[in-house]
Design a protein around this ligand. Structure first.
Ligand SMILES: Cc1cc2nc3c(=O)[nH]c(=O)nc-3n(C[C@H](O)[C@H](O)[C@H](O)COP(=O)(O)OP(=O)(O)OC[C@H]3O[C@@H](n4cnc5c(N)ncnc54)[C@H](O)[C@@H]3O)c2cc1C
Length: 309
């Protein structure tokens, strides 16, 4: 097996164009497992670790963040926890410190597993994946269009993932994951929510409960229309952080229940060794209600921040 080590992005694209069967490797936390268990035997490995720009992130002129495909989970937590709290929460649940030190969001996207933990928060935050080929240049693919099937993505054989783009959180974001234990575990299922109060909009992401990560669109629309945004955003007492749960803008039990139902209906899970389809559907509903409650209470009380103002 050849081991190819480009130093620049242009070189990496040229290699991928010439040898589309070459398998990219970043942290190797998925790839090495597949090699060790003989699940894959690519003709060549395309090591991206020398391409320095993949390990960088930046705030762009349009206000969005551009995060290189080689930025590790550890760095997402340490450097982007404030800007991308949903993704950072998901990153904290990935594997162990060793896996988080090597594993990257780019690699999670490359693997495109329905159970990948970065996908739900990327979906909820309307992230866009930047991919590129030597032949056709850059393509910007919304996360919602990136996942095509179980471990299948919109990435073409001659393309590489360069970065993902997303706005810094403009409201509360939460991620929740059910596993068979608390650490080093593949999600039985997961759920992410992002509230965008300034736009009166809601984003969601469901993980490990369908052939691909996916949004719960009907649940998002229902919530955007039903939440009492004005009460939360206009009340001076709320802006001062004095709101007490149970006040005017508290979530109605019927609203919470309906949101949970719609989120669960958006899933199409299977029975497997990690859990049954029924359990997954149930758990998605519970996590949807829970994450919404956390997010809404943050908004009502003005914590942890109020970027929408
Ligand atoms: C013990 C253990 C625990 C784990 N726990 C979790 C967990 O809790 N949650 C979770 O989501 N995952 C988990 N994983 C899986 C893995 O850590 C993640 O999927 C991680 O994000 C992979 O990133 P990486 O940089 O190591 O990818 P790599 O292994 O280097 O690559 C993964 C895939 O992406 C492709 N790829 C990499 N970079 C690019 C690129 N720039 N362009 C195109 N394709 C690319 C590779 O060809 C490969 O197919 C675990 C793995 C292990 C071994």
């Amino acid at each position: 097996m050849e081991f190819l080590r480009p130093v620049t992005w242009a070189e990496a694209l040229a290699v991928k164009a010439e040898l589309p069967e070459a398998a990219p490797i970043q942290g190797g936390t998925d790839m090495m497992v597949e090699l060790n268990f003989d699940v894959r035997r690519p003709v060549a490995l395309l090591d991206l670790n020398r391409v320095a720009e993949l390990g960088r992130w930046s705030a762009e002129e349009d206000g969005r963040l551009r995060v290189g495909a080689g930025v590790t989970y550890t760095r997402v937590i340490a450097e982007l926890g404030e800007e991308l709290p949903g993704l950072a929460q998901a990153a904290r649940t990935v594997g162990s410190p060793q896996i988080r030190n090597r594993g990257t969001v780019g690699g999670n996207l490359g693997a495109a597993s329905p159970a990948g933990d970065s996908h739900p928060p990327l979906l909820a935050a309307d992230a866009v994946v930047e991919v590129e080929s030597a032949a056709r240049g850059v393509r910007m693919i919304p996360a919602a269009e990136f996942y095509l099937g179980v471990k299948r993505s919109a990435l073409e054989a001659d393309e590489l993932i360069r970065a993902f783009w997303t706005r810094p959180a403009d409201g509360p974001q939460y991620f929740s994951k059910v596993g068979v234990r608390n650490a080093m575990v593949i999600a039985v299922c997961s759920f992410a929510i992002a509230l965008h109060p300034a736009e009166r909009r809601v984003g969601t992401g469901i993980g490990s409960a369908a052939p691909t990560p996916r949004r719960a669109l009907a649940a998002e629309e229902f919530l955007a229309a039903e939440l009492d945004w004005e009460a939360v955003l206009d009340g001076d007492d709320l802006l001062d952080g004095d709101a007490a749960p149970g006040g005017e803008a508290a979530l109605a039990p019927a609203l919470l229940r309906r949101f949970g139902e719609l989120a669960a209906q958006a899933a199409s899970p299977i029975d497997d060794v990690r859990g049954t389809a029924d359990y997954r559907r149930h758990a998605i509903g519970v996590m949807a209600r829970r994450t919404l409650t956390w997010a809404w209470n943050d908004l009502r009380s003005g914590t942890p921040d109020r970027r929408a103002d």
